[in-house]
Unconditional design. Structure first.
Length: 438
């Protein structure tokens, strides 16, 4: 296998937690070279706005935000002190948390992309039927006559848990028939919750790549079935990217500066790549050379890292180098990255980080004890991004290479908290008790 950095490759094979500065990263990358652009993000944002009255009507937890599915940012001053102790490092700059763990409707980052793709489908069907116009109040989509139309169509998706939860919930509410193909990583409570909402759940005793191939095959034979393809979907990607528009406004409102002297580092837990990829793409469009996205993956499931390091993208899986793709971070348990996303984001990601699973429980406990914020294990991965970047030689070399080393005291470290709100209390408590850090 040809690799861009032998040491990083050995680290992947040996499951050694590490930072790798992506050699293809170009902080001033010309975004016009990409297939999608700013207009596409605005278009997605406007579609979400059209659906806002529908959400407000149907989902109580979107009433406060008037139907906009968005999360807050939190300043983590207390957690920072404890993280510095835990990691035995000093963190220059400020740490903030993007609270997608509390997103309305499905409590994870998948409430962005996953829901968005189903809206694209529903809008198209409704417009084609002649019963909806673009300038209508979309609240009417909750009426029985629309449910009747949507019930003639089905939606299918494969998931390690959260994507299924998002797609399942929104599809069922609109009236679609919906099937979720779950990999063996999926937590029991996620499957139970879906079944209780009338979703068909198919379980496989295998990983995400297998579940998605089975789902795709089954959907292919049904012309009225829309398959949400997490390995290739533009809609998912754009749904995630809208977060950047809103984050920019949140930063302005809370006085967080991002400019030449105030760099922004964003730490994104990565599975197949759509979520972190879409967010990174949006952020690069809005903050340009002043934002530096870093993707974080479990050592056993570092599929995006491997794909970029080898230049093989989705043509290589972690199993090919002897890893087993088993991790407690179910949201990140993906052995092969998205073909669509991997190529597009290659120049936009400053670095890749891997970590060991047991750290997630310790971080879960720290965040709960200091800030009273509860996340699911996958969603804590971002914290390993910040510490591994700052404490590794590779990380420091990268900071020098992109000429921000002297600006770190002004940096904002934004940790993307990707899931948590839906986790049952008992499960959260069990995870908390698994921490070895006291
Ligand atoms: C899905 C998920 C991610 C990563 O998103 P991908 O699109 O799979 O890369 C991160 N965290 C959580 C909690 C998730 O559910």
């Amino acid at each position: 296998m040809k690799v861009k950095n032998q040491k990083a490759f050995e680290g992947l094979k040996n499951e050694t937690p590490q930072f790798w500065g992506n050699l293809s990263y170009d902080k001033e990358f010309d975004m016009n070279k990409l297939e999608l652009d700013y207009k596409d993000v605005l278009d997605a944002s406007e579609r979400l706005n059209r659906f806002a009255p529908f959400f407000e009507k149907v989902f109580d937890d979107t009433k406060e935000s008037k139907g906009i599915i968005e999360s807050k940012i939190f300043s983590l001053d207390k957690a920072k002190v404890e993280i510095e102790k835990y990691e035995k490092i000093k963190i220059p700059g400020k740490i903030s948390l993007k609270g997608d763990h509390s997103l309305p409707i499905s409590g994870s980052i998948k409430a962005r992309g996953g829901i968005y793709e189903v809206l694209c489908l529903a809008e198209k069907i409704a417009l084609d039927s002649g019963m909806l116009r673009l300038d209508d109040n979309y609240e009417k989509l909750s009426e029985e006559k629309f449910k009747n139309i949507f019930s003639k169509y089905s939606v299918a998706v494969a998931s390690t848990g959260n994507l299924g939860l998002s797609i399942g919930i929104i599809s069922a509410v609109l009236g679609f028939k919906v099937t979720v193909h779950m990999s063996s990583d999926a937590k029991e409570w996620k499957k139970d919750m879906l079944r209780s909402k009338g979703v068909t759940v198919k379980e496989y005793d295998s990983d995400f790549s297998y579940a998605i191939s089975m789902g795709r095959k089954e959907a292919e034979v049904d012309p009225n079935c829309h398959f949400v393809d997490d390995e290739n979907s533009k809609e998912l990607f754009l749904g995630y990217s809208v977060s950047a528009l809103r984050l920019k406004k949140q930063f302005e409102d809370s006085g967080i500066k991002v400019d030449k002297n105030n760099p922004l580092f964003v730490y994104l837990p990565c599975g197949v790549g759509g979520g972190p990829g879409g967010v990174a793409f949006g952020l690069k469009l809005l903050f340009g050379e002043n934002v530096h996205p870093i993707f974080v993956e479990p050592a056993q499931s570092a599929s995006m890292f491997l794909g970029i390091l080898t230049g093989m993208h989705s043509e290589v899986s972690v199993q090919d180098i002897g890893l087993n793709n088993r991790t407690i971070a179910d949201g990140l348990a993906v052995g092969r990255s998205s073909r669509y996303v991997s190529k597009m984001i290659e120049p936009l990601v400053a670095g890749f980080v891997t970590f060991k699973d047991h750290e997630l429980y310790n971080l879960l406990k720290i965040l709960y004890d200091t800030e009273n914020i509860s996340l699911e294990p996958s969603a804590l991965a971002g914290f390993k991004g910040i510490s591994t970047l700052l404490s590794s030689e590779e990380g420091n070399n990268m900071l020098e290479r992109i000429e921000v080393k002297d600006l770190m005291k002004n940096a904002t470290h934004l940790i993307w908290a990707t899931g948590g709100k839906m986790v049952p209390k008992e499960v959260m408590k069990e995870d908390y008790l698994k921490a070895s850090y006291k």
